[in-house]
Design a protein around this ligand. Structure first.
Ligand code: ATP
Ligand code: MG
Length: 449
């Protein structure tokens, strides 16, 4: 909530935390006579005194009017038409107020078109959760709350706007979004919303593979991946979003992927539970990386993290050829059904192959030329996370971090198939070691709710 004892729509938001370019967009549209607000996640996060990931604007101006107001803008989307206003590489998403669209024919409530313009009230009601349906009125620095979102923010509750079953049927991706926000904000999913979610999970199969995969990546890099995945399992959504991953675990162990809470207490861990434990430890380490560095891991690192518990430790001693084969076979099983991009898959393979060299026993493997590979940064991030997850000594990580600092800047490698990857390079970071390990202590979102 906004402060310890002040809540409600009249609480001023900290405007110095608002992106100056987003403020420019709002001010200019207001000056041209269009009703305009900051909206959605940024208002929610500013109210909670969290740093927003991005700033979205909602306005009465049509996409064409927005386009004409800003030379640095472009209209995008067909299913959901809106304008992007560019400031260098930054984009301020600016969308026109729209109504809840009429569902397509038949009993199927899935929304496929969403371009009916409307009022601010309509626009609030078509949003997914009450906490995401808030607008910020810049002229008066106050929140416009037409969906009772502020009481839910104060109570820490995720609740759909309107009938939850209908809202999940309209767009099943909202179920994964509910889990994402519950995990990330440490909120509880309100009972009616939760029951509707449990009853509607099967609809997830209607979502496109690409959207589902994107949501999975967001869960992984959101800083609360462990809790997100616990919730995915609890809601029985996991088999719909990562079916091939579940199968891989089943092939590898009799017990499949086991929830952290189910590990036998005070007993040595049976072999069949090891991959599951490693899975949760990797997610813990990933979350620490995200929160401590403020950076988000690449898709390649995320895939390597998913792969690591499945291919397990033997890979480090395997010959290069055997490891390559194991990775290929595992990737084939995992990536095809999920529609994973070839480029991400290739980066994950490079990270895992580099990992073997980075932790390998011989000096030959420690050749500094590795530092100059384009994938080195990702391999270093993965190494930091892996060392943390396995509770290992971080000597190797420090070694490679030192090399990275002394060897000439990375250059595109001749053999790198990820050429053309224009992501800015960042220095590797490793989450700080925790004193106590937290296996099995993840609190379920539903506990006590
Ligand atoms: P994040 O911090 O992850 O960016 P966000 O709430 O800003 O969270 P976005 O995906 O950026 O989420 O979407 C911006 C806003 O658009 C949301 O706050 C919500 O109001 C609305 N929105 C996004 N996806 C949906 C959806 N599937 N159904 C209804 N409204 C949605
Ligand atoms: Mg957002």
């Amino acid at each position: 909530m906004a402060t310890d004892n002040e809540t409600g729509p009249n609480v001023a938001l900290p405007l110095r935390e608002v992106d100056p370019d987003a403020l420019k967009v709002v001010r200019k549209l207001l000056a041209y006579g269009h009703e305009t607000y900051l909206v959605g996640g940024c208002v929610r996060d500013l109210y909670l005194r969290r740093r927003p990931k991005d700033f979205d604007v909602a306005t009465s101006a049509t996409p064409e009017q927005i386009r004409k107001t800003f030379r640095n803008s472009r209209i995008i989307g067909r299913r959901f038409k809106l304008a992007h206003v560019f400031f260098g590489s930054k984009i301020i998403e600016t969308s026109t107020f729209r109504t809840t669209p009429v569902a397509t024919e038949g009993d199927d409530m899935l929304i496929t078109r969403d371009n009916e313009w409307g009022s601010i009230e309509d626009d609030a009601r078509r949003r997914d959760f009450t906490i995401n349906g808030l607008f910020h009125d810049l002229e008066n620095n106050r929140i416009v709350d037409l969906v009772d979102g502020i009481p839910d923010l104060d109570r820490g509750v995720i609740r759909t706007i309107g009938d939850p079953t209908l809202r999940f049927q309209e767009d099943p991706v909202r179920m994964i979004r509910a889990i994402k926000f519950a995990a990330r904000l440490d909120f509880t999913i309100e009972e009616e919303t939760w029951q509707a979610l449990l009853a509607t999970v099967g609809d997830i199969t209607k979502c496109s593979r690409a959207r589902l995969l994107e949501e999975v990546y967001k869960l992984l890099r959101g800083g609360a991946s462990r809790r997100s995945f616990e919730l995915l399992i609890e809601a029985k959504i996991f088999p719909y979003v990562l079916p091939s991953y579940i199968d891989l675990f089943k092939e590898r162990t009799e017990v499949g992927l086991v929830r952290a809470q189910r590990f036998p207490k005070d007993e040595p861990l049976p072999a069949e539970y090891q991959p599951s434990r490693l899975f949760w430890e990797f997610l813990d380490a990933l979350d620490e990386y995200t929160s401590q560095t403020g950076q988000s891991a690449s898709n390649g690192v995320l895939l390597a993290i998913l792969m690591a518990p499945v291919i397990d430790q033997e890979w480090i001693n395997a010959s290069r050829r055997d490891l390559d084969r194991t990775i290929d076979a595992t990737m084939d099983a995992l990536c095809g059904p999920l529609g994973i991009a070839r480029r991400d898959r290739e980066l994950a393979r490079q990270i895992l192959m580099a990992h073997r060299r980075m932790v390998g026993p011989t000096k030959r493997r420690r050749r500094p030329s590795l530092v100059q590979r384009q994938y080195f940064h990702d391999a270093l991030v993965f190494l930091g996370i892996a060392v943390q997850a396995r509770g290992e000594d971080d000597g190797e990580f420090s070694h490679w971090q030192r090399l990275a600092a002394t060897v000439a800047p990375m250059v595109a490698s001749e053999d790198s198939p990820v050429r053309g990857d224009k992501r800015p390079r960042r220095r590797g970071g490793r989450p700080r070691r925790r004193s106590g390990r937290s296996s099995g202590s993840g609190r379920s979102q539903r506990a006590g709710s």
